[in-house]
Design a protein around this ligand. Structure first.
Ligand code: ZN
Length: 317
């Protein structure tokens, strides 16, 4: 994709001089060059990303209120529209940025009106497209302190995703637990839910439904172990982080549970019900709790299995 019409770029050769990052002006060039982003977007989709349909095309649609799905077949990207510009959550893989931009346009909106980019966590299947989407929108990248280094490095340093590089993206604003991102009458609240990654961030928001009634949506970061080592921990404090996240999410009540992979929230089945005429196909006030309980059970089983294995073969410690 050609991003040359967007003027936030600096030629890489100039970055050491006049285009050097300047925190005083806030005008910071992107960390990945235009050429790097272009080449990442055009690279073939291989391995698990191909098999799982992470870049397979998907029809964009409105979930409810001002919440729209603009992601791929198997990885979510959410567009939250407001009269003052939009918020985008999730960049999918690097090759997905052109598709996400096209999906936004198919719904009648423009990537150029995206003011803020949010993300669940810094794994390549959710962060890979962010550099291209930031470049195309000129929006600010907002993320947690714990995942910021990974987004800016374009890689995570532990677990099965280690070594899966993606175009690095600069984080313009760091958020903490309970921090708010407000735009055009919509407020996104950050919920730090570490475990799956050290800075895993879920987001919640209220939206208008049936004129005056307000409903609450939750964009879950994920609490799967996903093949990461719990014994020893892939990163310090990982087991405690998972457990505190399960406890925290137990206290959250929402009408709409949305997640970052289609199979986590039965996207296809709900979309079919919606097309068949059910405007509340995505509403389920108990789904977040069911999901949280299921993931907590799976986590404790995984931990017990890994601990048992370690006892059998302490040499692997
Ligand atoms: Zn992940």
């Amino acid at each position: 994709m050609n991003h040359t019409t967007i003027k936030v770029l600096c030629p890489i050769a100039l970055m050491a001089a006049s285009c050097a990052p300047s925190s005083a002006t806030g005008k910071l060039p992107p960390l990945a060059s235009e050429a790097e982003i272009d080449s990442a977007e055009k690279a073939p989709v291989i391995g698990i990303a191909h098999e799982a349909g992470w870049n397979a095309p998907s029809e964009p649609f409105t979930v409810a209120g001002n919440i729209h799905y603009v992601g791929t077949k198997a990885v979510s990207s959410w567009l939250i529209t407001t009269p003052k510009g939009h918020i985008l959550i999730g960049g999918v893989i690097a090759q997905s940025a052109p598709q996400i931009i096209a999906n936004i346009e198919r719904l009648g909106f423009s990537i150029r009106d995206v003011r803020h980019l949010l993300n669940s966590h810094a794994h390549y299947d959710h962060a890979g497209g962010l550099a291209g989407l930031k470049q195309a929108s000129g929006g600010t990248m907002i993320a947690s302190a714990a995942d910021k280094p990974y987004l800016e490095a374009g890689a995570i340093d532990h677990g099965p995703s280690a070594g899966m590089r993606f175009p690095p993206v600069r984080v313009d604003r760091v958020i903490g637990d309970g921090d708010r991102v407000s735009l055009g009458g919509t407020t996104m609240i950050a919920h730090l839910t570490p475990g799956h990654s050290p800075g895993c961030t879920s987001w919640s928001m209220e939206f208008k439904w049936k004129n005056s009634e307000h409903r609450k949506a939750f964009f879950h970061c994920s609490s799967t172990v996903a093949g990461q080592s719990l014994t020893p921990e892939a990163y310090p404090g990982m087991v405690a982080a998972f457990r505190s996240t399960f406890a925290k999410v137990r206290a959250i009540k929402v009408d709409l549970f949305l997640a970052n992979h289609d199979n986590f929230f039965d996207l296809d089945a709900k979309r079919l019900r919606q097309i068949s005429g059910d405007p509340e196909a995505f509403f389920d006030p108990h789904e977040l709790q069911r999901f949280n309980a299921e993931l907590e059970r799976a986590f404790e089983e995984d931990l017990a299995r890994q601990q048992a294995k370690l006892k059998m073969n302490p040499a692997t410690r």
